[in-house]
Design a protein around this ligand. Structure first.
Ligand SMILES: Cc1cc2nc3c(=O)[nH]c(=O)nc-3n(C[C@H](O)[C@H](O)[C@H](O)COP(=O)(O)O)c2cc1C
Ligand code: SF4
Ligand code: SF4
Length: 374
């Protein structure tokens, strides 16, 4: 007997890796006669909770129904789940006993004949925990090593390296899918090790969520090769890009998923390494100056702003200041980057200018962007 009637697959994917894994799970399900709904986690969630799971095909519509399997598939970011996915899981309706599985894709690499695994850390189990607390019964948790897509921090893998990693992962994901769709449970032992490592690395994940991702968002800029086609803005999964006079502007909503960078037709999207250094050089003295000014004008704040007396207030002030300074600096830079010479200066002093881009070898951007309704 087929244990499931319906499989609801929801995927967040930057460069197609998680999209591909979701497609493999869908293939296994369809092969067993299971009805599949395989869709991206839509951008509208950012503004208004999770409307798409409140429609008729939500797991809730089969409340308490073990015939429905929900699968969440997403990439690992900084040893945990992207913030967008955490929000999505929190916004899901109650599971009432519906079954669920969680799959985190991660950065696999290959050196000669040796495949090295990525590290999903707390990502998969964090989402599994949220779903459990919402009343879902977790039937499996899995990490799948797809080619690393963090092309802001390293050159993109060549197709000839990526393809064997993808082929290997296909076997892992398919075995996982077969097991859970045949009614079994799948909690590979490696996932537990990952979880333990993830807990050790949790401070890094936390720092990334509250600070790192905002900083990375403000490193993006379009170099002089940008044609103003608007593809980056139209295809961003969280609508983080606005076109300002034919040039993209990256907001703090960016999840650093790398889609805009991977699919820009002219390879114009850069992550500004030299920009990062400039931010640091500008904001560090500005911070010291700002703190001194505050204390001079409001002496009563001196005690609270002294890190030795009140570490938390100091940290909070530091955090708020750095985000405000970053936002303002980026606004100024957006204007300055219109000057071709300044743009070229930043473009040629950033490593991404010379790096290959990566996206899942068989994925085109249209696969990741659902057609607009109507
Ligand atoms: C900002 C960022 C952070 C990442 N952090 C990790 C990580 O901590 N561990 C890991 O194994 N992979 C990490 N990766 C790699 C991706 O999780 C991996 O390549 C994933 O398969 C990408 O899937 P997607 O194409 O569906 O977005 C990171 C990628 C990005 C862009
Ligand atoms: S996709 Fe590339 S060329 Fe098109 S607007 Fe964005 S940065 Fe410019
Ligand atoms: S702006 Fe680019 S990197 Fe950021 S979420 Fe959108 S597509 Fe991904």
């Amino acid at each position: 007997m087929i244990p499931y009637k319906t499989a609801i697959i929801r995927v967040f994917s930057g460069t197609g890796n998680s999209h591909r894994v979701a497609a493999w799970l869908a293939e296994v399900a369809r092969g067993r006669g299971v009805e599949v709904s395989n869709e991206g986690i839509g951008p509208e969630v950012r503004k208004s909770g999770s409307p798409e799971v409140e429609n008729s095909e939500s797991p809730d519509s089969g409340a308490g129904n073990e015939k429905t399997l929900l699968a969440l598939v997403f990439p690992t970011h900084a040893f945990t789940a992207p913030w967008r996915v955490v929000r999505y899981a929190c916004g899901l309706p109650r599971g009432n006993g519906a079954h669920a599985v969680v799959v985190a894709t991660r950065a696999g690499l290959k050196f000669g004949p040796v495949f090295t695994p990525g590290m999903e850390g707390t990502g998969a189990y964090l989402i599994a925990l949220i779903l459990r607390l919402k009343g879902y019964r977790i039937r499996g948790v899995c990490g799948v090593d797809m080619p690393s897509n963090w092309i802001a921090s390293h050159w993109g893998l060549h197709r000839s390296t990526a393809e064997p990693i993808v082929a290997r992962s296909r076997r892992v994901a398919t075995r996982f899918g077969q097991r859970v769709l045949d009614g079994g449970r799948a909690f590979p032992i490696g996932g537990m090790v990952e979880l333990l490592l993830g807990l050790v690395l949790a401070p890094i994940s936390f720092l990334y969520l509250i600070q790192g991702r905002f900083f990375l968002a403000k490193l993006f800029f379009a170099d002089n090769r940008c044609t103003g086609c608007g593809l980056c803005a139209a295809s961003c999964p969280v609508q983080a890009i606005t076109m300002w006079g034919k040039r993209p502007y990256w907001s703090f909503a960016c999840e650093s998923c790398m889609r805009c960078m991977a699919f820009c037709p002219t390879k114009a999207v850069e992550s500004g390494h030299s920009l990062g250094i400039l931010y640091f050089l500008l904001t560090a003295p500005l911070f010291v100056w700002g703190m001194n000014e505050l204390v001079t004008h409001f002496p009563s704040l001196a005690w609270a702003l002294d890190p030795e007396n009140s570490t938390w207030i100091f940290i909070l002030a530091n955090w708020a200041f750095s985000l405000i300074a970053l936002g303002l600096a980026y606004l100024v830079l957006t204007v300055l980057l219109r000057v071709r010479a300044i743009n070229a200066l930043f473009a040629y002093t950033t490593l991404t200018r010379y790096w290959r881009r990566y996206h899942e070898p068989d994925t085109v951007v249209k696969d990741l962007v659902p057609p607009k309704a109507g």
